[in-house]
Write a protein that binds this ligand. Sequence first.
Ligand SMILES: [Mn+2]
Length: 379
Amino acid sequence: MTVRILHTADWQLGKPFRHIEGDAGPILRDERFKVVERLGALARDEGADAILVAGDIFDGESLPDRHLHRAIQAMRSFPGPWLLLPGNHDPAKPGGIWERLRRLGLPDNVQPLCEPGAVTLLDGRLCVMAAPLVTRHAQDDLSAWMDGQATPGGTARVGLVHGTATGILPGRAADSATNPIARDRARSAGLDYLALGDWHGCLKLDQRTWYSGTPEPDGYIANDSGNALLVEIPSPGAPPAVARHRTAAHHWRSIEHELLPAEDDTGPLRRLEDVLEGLVDPNGTVLRLKLSGRMPAGSHGDLMALEERWRGHLRHLDFDDGGVEVEADLDDLGLLAADPLVAEVADRLAGLAEIGGEESRRARMALRFLHHTLKEAAR
Ligand SMILES: [Mn+2]
């Protein structure tokens, strides 16, 4: 009588990653399709009866057909039912992406749930109650009808909803939440399990209510994204066993590091090197590195070399050294700037660097760069 489902959400296929400069954007985009194949393999290996996707399957409604074809191909990795719930990124609008997907030809086992209602499958063992979004934002709790929904005895009742469980998600105010979901819906509707989507981290609300999070991380927020949940319902009414499975190919890390003036002859960048060398899987890491502190102007070349080296080692590096104060030896700079015009520029930048604020930050960067360039040119 046991029902096993794989709960996933927020694939956001086709997400462009436009803010990721350099080579990594297309790779990250590609990985979101690959993780769907991994989800299929996981469901197969774990003997899941069905895969439930709690919304935001597609990143946007105007994806090209080739992305839809690729999604369909990726779902061939599992022959059982895939139940797809439209979310706020891919609402079930008339003439929208779901109709286009159907026209392209969906396999029989892939089932978009574009209308609210209960779907019974697995020979009556499982009833999935779906609350699809038909617009980006709903003000009402679309899962409310589940409270009164009758199901035959012996059927596991599972809700599938996309939105904000009220009053629980960090940074989302309860009173301004769109797509609200009563956080005790599982209890009030007598659900064996409520599969939620929209929050990209893996989060347990209660024994029967979980956000699976996105299976492939797409942001720096440290909320345990990159998983899928294998949910085992031993029999209707019995508490489900929920196991988290890691599905991510990439880690997203955000590190803030303060450079200190060298205390010994190992140089000011040694501790930073140690931090970077401590990363578990550099090639799979998307890293945002924000530097602060102080550094001798003469180390600028070393920092640029470090940056370039780690750009090669990491999947992606978002490098911000704008907050580093350069201990420029202005006499040294003056000597290098034999040209009076360059000396004048250096002097003005040094003045600006003292003022503070954004202008000052730019002046420090410019000063550092000037120092480095003059040194290189003098060689
Ligand atoms: Mn969403």
